[in-house]
Design a protein around this ligand. Structure first.
Ligand code: MSP
Length: 523
């Protein structure tokens, strides 16, 4: 019997950190979520079975204090702020498949089960803790890591104030996992990216690990320790578990757990690498569960050269950016401007330069000029090309070869490299278009003009398919204008497989990427 079943699609599970609900969404949150969305869209177009998760981290002292300050009970407080993050994902055009909240019963069950498992294996024991705790970071710091603050106070490396805290506490035997973690990093060289962060994590672990306090008696807003409810489970052990609770843990036979765990990628900011690349794999290895395949840490944005902080009043509101400059424009800029993984500076001038240069000039103008020529000179019908000469063949070959570079770049989260390669090809198409001068061929050799316009349109088709993950709305507009059917926009249609069909009637062309003139985009 022939096998009529669908081929098994490779799966791809990508997660954002879950965001603290004590704050309004800002550019940092938008950045992490967007990077994951771009990846999720890329993988779907490339034939993967994708699961994209984001959500909110709602327990812990910080939230408890914020709710008290607002004079409302913590859950009502969380409902409100969590909604802001859910809405942010929608405004950013994100395609997350799920949104998890740590206050949900499914998460509660997962954290309790993981705790019980770690008690059974003997990796969690009861002791007493004395140490320097920072509420802002929800973390204990070593005395050696602290610096002096004003009026005899001590500060964590993050600049947050710390207080000396002493209380009975459950501990996770992290000290027993150092060698095993080092062996794990060794066997999984791609576990942490970029490599600078990997080196940082390895030297931290080599420096020796101390047991980790994983419960608090001074915090009540959280998940109680099973069998000892005076204690609340440490917010990071709670929060990290979200990645598994969302796919069905503790039911490890659940279809979604079997399908998606271990996650392919946890995307995080550089400030939370230690939690994801040291504590989290240690908890999972101890529980006999598979660690995620990769953790990638991106850098931090400054605003016009300054550190972003509420006290400086220079927090960048992603919603304002999208309203002012356009969603696709902001998505493109954030992924293109700064090498992903490094810190970078946000400036409106740089954003406008990208809008006018890369988008309006390089891609928008090319599409507008070639499609207008087809509309005016060829009755708006995709022409039949003649024989391809060496120049035509070179352009088509360059476009046909782009996917391999894109895959490599996306798999290593080097979005800027993927985009540089794509825009290099768009530059080559612009040079081809100028050199071939189809407007001059109109009189001397109309058949050749038709070939040049066909090759240019075909190059734009491939560029538009490849920019869909970043700029879904603009790419769709371009593909509509090229007469490409909605079901012919996947990556399996790149190259010769999906060439434009001569004779297709095209809609009237319209500009896709407006130029930014002075303070407002030109109509
Ligand atoms: N709740 C934890 C994560 C738990 S995951 C199991 C947390 N939440 S957070 O709301 O503070 O997360 C913020 C995310 O935004 C982090 O990935 C952080 O790196 C990122 N950013 C915060 N400010 C940023 C910039 N200025 N620039 C870029 N990203 C920044 O941590």
């Amino acid at each position: 019997m022939p096998d009529t079943s669908e081929p098994v699609r490779p799966r791809y599970y990508v997660t954002t950190p879950i965001y603290y609900v004590n704050d309004k969404p800002h550019i940092g949150h938008a950045y992490t979520t967007l990077a994951c969305d771009v990846l999720a869209r890329f993988k779907r177009l490339d034939g993967h079975d994708v699961h994209f998760l984001t959500g909110t981290d709602e327990h812990g002292q910080k939230v408890q204090q914020a709710a008290e300050a607002a004079g409302i009970d913590p859950l009502t407080f969380c409902d409100g702020v969590s909604r802001n993050f859910r809405d942010l994902a929608v405004t950013l055009g994100c395609t997350n498949d799920d949104f998890i909240r740590t206050t949900e019963p499914r998460h509660h069950a997962a954290v309790t089960a993981l705790w019980q498992r770690l008690r059974e294996t003997g990796d969690i024991y009861l002791g007493e803790y004395e140490g320097w705790y920072s509420v802002r970071d929800e973390a204990f710091w070593l005395e050696s890591e602290l610096t002096d603050g004003p009026n005899g106070t001590k500060l964590a490396p993050t600049g947050a104030p710390v207080v000396l805290t002493r209380e009975p506490s459950y501990f996770f035997k992290l000290s027993a996992w150092g060698e095993k973690l080092l062996a794990f990093y060794d066997q999984h060289p791609d576990f942490i990216g970029p490599s600078s962060r990997r080196n940082e994590v390895i030297s931290f672990v080599k420096g020796g690990l101390r047991d980790l306090s994983v419960s608090r008696t001074s915090v009540s807003w959280g998940i109680p320790v099973p069998g000892d409810p005076k204690h609340t489970i440490y917010v990071w052990l709670d929060a990290l578990t979200n990645y598994m609770s969302a796919v069905g843990y503790p039911d490890i036979t659940a279809e979604s757990y079997q399908r998606f765990w271990p996650a392919n990628l946890h995307m995080v900011g550089k400030d939370i690498v230690r939690f994801h690349a040291v504590y989290w794999p240690a908890f999972l290895l101890a529980a006999g569960l598979a660690p995620p395949q990769r953790v990638f840490a991106h850098g931090w944005w400054t605003n016009e050269g300054q550190k972003i902080s509420k006290s400086l009043g220079n927090v960048i509101d992603p919603l304002e950016l999208v309203t002012t400059y356009g969603l696709d424009q902001v998505r493109y800029f954030l992924m293109r401007e700064v090498p992903f993984g490094q810190d970078g500076d946000f400036s409106r001038k740089a954003l406008i330069q990208r809008i006018n240069g890369d988008l309006a000039n390089d891609l928008g103008n090319l599409a507008q000029r070639s499609l207008s020529m087809i509309a005016k000179n060829l009755d708006g019908v995709m022409p039949t090309p003649g024989d391809f000469d060496a120049e035509d063949t070179a352009i088509l070959a360059r476009m046909d070869g782009l996917l391999a570079d894109q895959r490599r770049a996306y798999d290593t989260q080097e979005f800027h490299i993927g985009l540089t390669s794509l825009w290099g090809a768009i530059g080559a198409v612009n040079s081809y278009f100028t050199a071939q001068a189809p407007w001059a061929l109109k009189k001397t050799d109309p058949a050749r003009m038709a070939t040049v316009l066909y090759v240019t349109a075909e190059a734009i088709r491939q560029a538009a398919i490849l920019v869909q993950p970043l700029m879904p709305t603009s790419a769709a507009l371009l593909l509509d204008q090229l007469g490409v059917a909605a079901e012919a926009r996947g990556f399996d249609q790149l190259g010769a497989a999906g060439r434009l069909v001569p004779g297709t009637a095209l809609p009237a062309p319209q500009g896709v990427f407006p130029r930014w003139v002075d303070e407002a985009p030109a109509a």
